[in-house]
Design a binder for this molecule. Structure first.
Ligand code: NAD
Ligand code: TDX
Length: 335
């Protein structure tokens, strides 16, 4: 089987490539990645000759048409993925997430190639802290940020291509991922690398916003379950019952790294900051038999702390630029 993995030099895509090589001896992978600030060649180093890396843009229609035509399956991870960036400059989000997805869909339609679309729970908007509800496949779309609205738009394009053109596609909407090779702009790696650098972790607003954490390998195993056994045209939510508020996560990181649990700062809140995400993954579990393999968020977090301690060469080159960008918009707030 020949698969085209877009965004395979990013966080989730590169972990998908690693998982695929170690569990699927019959699969050859082509990565298509524009190597933006979020792409890392180091994430794909020394993987052998079952992986080919093509540096290119998913909005390049000729390149995409040729590559899609040479493969049996497209797994589409490539995106502009960071909410904070989407608030300072939305255009790359519209271009990559909407136009890029359109370009892939048209190529998959022309060549009649199976397509799996990676998306996020953020398309559903947010929940109140005390709401017993969780997102399901039937929850209406209600995105808040330029990032989540462009992801929602791309999901709707996929649904339309299935209905109107018979595209053989599936969609998954996953909750917040953590694990190795995540860019240090994101919450968990930012705080771990801050602590390594003796910088106090930074919590947005009151720190009580809740995210539903899943280890990236559990996400990617679910993606394979959908590729193998999912129904064409259907959407599956992926989540591992990992709800935690940001303050608790920062406490856990500080504790795991031998620091005082109160050693953090509150900083300026994110405009439009979603309060809570929570996934009901009953469909994935009952219809496809998927279960998370990580026993708990705490254990996955401890392993992630160890990965960043052991792989400073990987994250060091991106740390300074990331923190100077944050320093321009965020300041410490006393609470
Ligand atoms: P990431 O930012 O780490 O990686 C994105 C990758 O896409 C990078 O390698 C980048 O170079 C590449 N890319 C960006 N624009 C491109 C373009 N125009 N052409 C080709 N390549 C391009 O993102 P991630 O966290 O790994 O997210 C991957 C996917 O998973 C995204 O679709 C995201 O919406 C979705 N998702 C992420 C999470 C999460 O918690 N990180 C949760 C649910 C869903
Ligand atoms: O320094 C920080 N301090 C802080 O309190 C950062 C970077 C974030 N936060 C908060 C904001 C969120 O409540 O932590 C939470 C997580 O923030 P992010 O890592 O930026 O993730 P989020 O905005 O929840 O979106 C992530 O999950 C869904 C991914 O970036 C998306 O790509 C995915 O779709």
């Amino acid at each position: 089987m020949r698969i085209l993995v877009t965004g395979g030099a990013g966080f989730i895509g590169s972990n998908f490539v690693h998982l695929t090589l170690s569990t699927r001896p019959d699969v050859a992978v082509t990565v298509l990645d524009a190597m933006t600030y979020a792409g890392s060649r180091a994430s794909l180093a020394a993987l052998g000759d079952r992986v080919t890396v093509v540096e290119g843009d998913i909005t390049d229609a000729d390149l995409v048409d040729r590559l899609v035509g040479e493969h049996d399956l497209v797994v589409h991870f490539a995106a502009e993925s960071h909410n904070d960036n989407s608030l300072s400059n939305p255009w790359p989000f519209v271009h990559t997430n909407v136009v890029g997805t359109y370009t892939l869909l048209e190529a998959a339609r022309r060549h009649d190639v199976r397509y799996h679309h990676i998306s996020t729970d953020e398309v559903y908007g947010d929940l109140e802290l005390d709401d017993p509800a969780r997102f399901t496949e039937a929850t209406p779309y209600n995105p808040s940020s330029p990032y989540s609205s462009t992801k929602g738009a791309s999901d709707l394009l996929v649904r339309a291509w299935v209905r109107s053109f018979g595209l053989k596609a599936t969609i998954s909407n996953c909750s917040n991922n953590y694990g190795p090779r995540q860019h240090v702009e994101k919450f968990i790696p930012r705080q771990i690398t801050n602590v390594i650098d003796d910088i106090r972790p930074k919590l947005y607003g009151d720190g009580l916003n809740v995210r539903d954490w899943i280890h990236v390998d559990d996400h990617n195993r679910a993606v394979w379950a959908i590729i193998d056994h999912g129904q064409i045209g259907e959407t599956y939510l992926i989540g591992a019952d990992g709800e935690a508020d940001n303050k608790t996560v920062v406490h856990d990181i500080l504790e795991l790294m031998g620091k005082d649990a109160g050693d953090f700062d509150h900083v300026t809140d994110r405009p439009g900051h979603d309060r809570r995400y929570a996934i009901d993954s009953t469909r994935l579990r009952t219809e496809l038999g998927w279960e998370p393999e990580y026993p708990s968020f705490r254990e996955g977090l401890a392993a992630t702390v160890e990965w960043y301690r052991a792989n400073e060469d990987w994250w060091r080159p991106m740390k300074e630029a990331t923190e100077s960008k944050y320093a321009a918009t965020q300041s410490i707030v006393q609470r």
